[in-house]
Design a protein around this ligand. Structure first.
Ligand code: NAI
Length: 291
């Protein structure tokens, strides 16, 4: 039941969103959440079968358009459909993504590198470009949200092309936030950690659970709904003064940072002692055993 159909007001009542990659994973969860909060959504996805099924599930509040986010005219059509079907645009969620090129840097084909950047960076550029044109014409502001990744915040979070592309998305978010601020258009990114979507687990949920247990401090699976919640906050009125930033939604993975001191989620000898070390001052450490 949607917010509007049960008579309650939703955080996005009357708003119109385009969500790329909304046929699966976190885009799908966001489309469901936005509609539940009173928005109308355009599901823009490469995968027509899955996208049409999502639009059917969401009913009158949703339309599907087959779209390759790397193709300029496809993205322009997705934005145009928002106006045609629902009269305007308020929120653009540039979320579509793929794992992209992987393997040793000495072996990666340049075409595979380019294809990765085409979806992950060019796709965000095109979504921003076409949404911003319309939002500027409408003259009453708007919201652009980009899905980046913790992989874009440093090395070690993903393959080279994927990490570099997501770093590009974080920077593009900042530069376009500055450029579009005079039009009251807010641009922000979400940096997910390990989120249990088909892209992440490839059908092998047990292996994904094992990776998560090793890397993530917080004892909960990251779900598409967790990203939908962050997107809802960024799209809604409570983030009215937030622009040009990246929100990390990762169960503490990036907070854990360099893991030189102790192991995560496991025991180390430091779990059983407490005290103070004085370095090379010549003072003896104070140590108390806990068992
Ligand atoms: P998913 O595979 O469940 O959904 C991605 C959707 O994007 C699919 O429906 C797919 O058809 C669509 N798509 C792919 N290429 C497209 C293109 N060229 N044009 C239009 N649609 C296209 O994946 P998930 O996990 O929901 O990914 C969403 C975003 O989150 C991606 O940008 C991904 O890189 C990012 N991300 C995912 C993480 C995870 O752990 N699942 C972690 C960090 C970032």
């Amino acid at each position: 039941m949607t917010a509007m159909s049960n008579g309650q007001s939703g955080l996005l009542d009357g708003k119109v969103a385009v969500i790329t990659g909304a046929a699966s994973g976190m885009g799908l969860a966001t489309a469901q959440r936005f509609v539940a909060e009173g928005a109308s959504v355009v599901i823009a996805d490469f995968n027509a079968d899955a996208g049409e099924a999502v639009a059917r599930e969401l009913g009158d509040a949703a339309r599907f358009v087959r779209c390759d986010v790397a193709i300029d005219s496809d993205v322009a059509s997705a934005v145009a459909l928002a106006v045609e079907a629902f009269g305007r645009l308020d929120i653009m969620f540039n979320n579509a993504g793929i794992g992209g090129a992987f393997g040793p840097i000495t072996e990666i084909e340049s075409d595979d590198w380019d294809a990765t950047f085409a979806v992950l960076v060019r796709g965000v550029f095109l979504g921003t470009k076409h949404a911003a044109r319309l939002l500027i014409d409408q003259g009453d502001g708007g919201v652009i949200i980009n899905t980046a990744s913790v992989a874009g915040q440093g090395g070690g979070g993903g393959p080279q092309a994927y990490s570099a592309a997501k770093a590009g998305v974080i920077n593009l978010t900042e530069t376009t936030a500055i450029e579009l601020a005079p039009h009251a258009i807010r641009v922000n990114a979400i940096c997910p950690g390990i989120i249990f979507t088909p892209l992440m687990h490839h059908g092998d949920e047990a292996d994904a659970e094992r990776v998560m247990a090793e890397l993530q401090p917080y004892p909960k699976r990251g779900e598409g709904a967790d990203i939908a919640g962050a997107a809802l906050w960024l799209a809604g009125p409570d983030s009215a003064f937030v622009t040009g930033t990246s929100i990390t939604v990762d169960g503490g993975i990036s907070a854990a940072g360099t893991r030189l001191f102790g192991r995560l989620n496991g025991t180390t000898k430091l779990d059983r002692v407490v005290g103070i070390a004085h370095g090379t001052t010549g003072q003896k450490p104070t140590v108390r055993r806990l068992d």
